[in-house]
Design a binder for this molecule. Structure first.
Ligand code: HEM
Length: 406
């Protein structure tokens, strides 16, 4: 499979012409796994290479649900299960109910004080998080080769807007005041997503498209999940630091904690979840940074993302501005991979004025003498938040029964 995919990648390399120095993930994949469980939350573990570990209990269960033809009924029942504290609906198959009762529990290391600090973080930084989850994390997912392939060829790949809105639900739920409290929704979202991933592991290997393009036999390993995890909180924190947004130490730790819990609830083993930001950074350098690369599928997904605001009433969420934002946040190399053109006006404005804008917003500088850029940027952030709240309204997350038929 590995050889096949490398050949396929070389073929695609030709098609990608403009992409230039085309480094696919394969060399990084060949590296031995070095990150030590000593840096994880429990500080210990068997140290198994996470590229060879998936989510066996959930995977077996969901494969069996699919084989038994139970998934449509399960999806219908689970549509009514939305709050963390809500009892599971009656009528679920006994093995699924049993699994979900355990999977919905927060880990015993969940710390209410840290989650309280996460709430303060989300309240203070919420305005930045829309653009960060969407156009730092979301765009980055298109240059994570294995994720781009899995998303493109799975059911959701056929309707990207719908898929984006479901993924946005997780970013939304984790940022709410009651995320993990009984009246919140994050535990539900995480458990449902865990089931979706298990279904994808069963279904994707049956897709002739994916089989042809895939670098592996079974998608979404523990390693892949940590890669994607780093494209979320680690990338958000890296970008906030680059923007010099001041963040109190306890709030930064709280934000990390809320994502550590989500990793656990998505089925990531504790031995792979970094205990601190420094350890997260050391893992991201090993697992995320070296594997970023373009793929034809990721380029198409990015193209769809850039049109997210098309036809809507958001005057600033246009393709050129979203492209300029991507280049500004993820850098020239990634923007060039994705074929995003340079935008002289918006590119320059972001390069020159974003830093001062953040400083003014954070109360570190007085209002500028020429405040136009300030208000434009403020409105841009506001439109992102509105986009998530209106157009990308949370939709119920459902277990897929088939792949992208196209
Ligand atoms: C589905 C989040 C890791 C591939 C989803 C959904 C969410 C989500 C919220 C449900 C939305 C939907 O049904 O479309 C996450 C998070 C991750 C993660 C927070 C890591 C921390 C990954 C990885 C891959 C992946 C590593 C692939 C390598 C997929 C696919 C779907 C999905 C293919 C299925 C959608 C469908 O076709 O129905 N993910 N994901 N995810 N995810 Fe993930």
């Amino acid at each position: 499979m590995e050889e096949l995919s490398r050949r396929r990648v070389l073929e695609l390399g030709g098609a990608l012409g403009a992409v230039g120095a085309f480094a696919f993930a394969a060399p990084a994949q060949a590296r031995p796994w070095r990150w030590s469980p000593a840096g994880s939350i429990p500080g210990t573990g068997n140290g198994a290479d996470p590229r060879t570990v998936w989510d066996p209990e959930a995977d077996q269960l969901v494969a069996s649900l699919l084989d038994r033809g139970d998934v449509p009924r399960v999806n219908e029942l689970l549509r009514t299960w939305t709050r963390n504290g809500q009892p599971l609906p009656g009528g679920l198959p006994a093995d699924l109910r049993d699994f979900m009762e355990r999977a919905r529990q927060l880990p015993d290391w969940a710390d209410p004080a840290k989650l309280g600090a996460a709430v303060r973080f989300n309240e203070k930084r919420g305005l930045y998080l829309g653009v960060l989850y969407g156009f730092a994390s979301g765009m980055m997912s298109t240059v994570i080769p294995k994720e781009a392939l899995a998303v493109y060829y799975s059911k959701g790949g056929a309707n990207m807007k719908r898929r984006i809105s479901k993924t946005a639900k997780l970013g939304y739920d984790i940022g709410t005041r009651n995320a993990y409290l009984p009246d919140g929704e994050m535990a539900v979202t995480a458990v449902k997503t865990r089931l979706v991933h298990a279904a994808v592991r069963h279904l994707l290997p049956q897709s002739p498209h994916w089989e042809h393009a895939a670098p592996e036999d079974v998608p979404i390993s523990q390693h892949d999940m940590m890669v994607t995890w780093h494209s979320l909180p680690t990338t958000v924190m890296r970008t906030l630091k680059a923007w010099k947004v001041p963040i109190a130490a306890d709030e930064s730790e709280g934000f990390l904690h809320s994502w550590q819990i989500s990793a656990h609830m998505l089925g990531i083993e504790d031995q792979y979840i970094p205990a601190t930001w420094d350890l997260a950074e050391s893992q991201a350098v090993e697992v995320l940074d070296p594997i970023l690369a373009p793929t034809p599928e990721g380029i198409k997904l990015a193209d769809i993302l850039l049109d997210l605001g098309a036809g809507l009433d958001f005057t600033l969420l246009t393709r050129p501005i979203l492209g300029a934002l991507t280049r500004f946040m993820l850098g020239d190399e990634i923007a060039d991979w994705l074929g995003i053109p340079r935008e002289p006006v918006w590119g320059t404005l972001l390069d020159v004025a974003w830093g001062p804008f953040v400083a003014v917003r954070e109360g570190l500088l007085p209002l500028p003498l020429a405040p136009e850029a300030y208000w434009t940027f403020d409105e841009l952030l506001r439109q992102f938040v509105l986009l998530y709240m209106s157009e990308l309204r949370p939709i119920s997350i459902e277990i897929p029964e088939f792949n992208n038929p196209n």
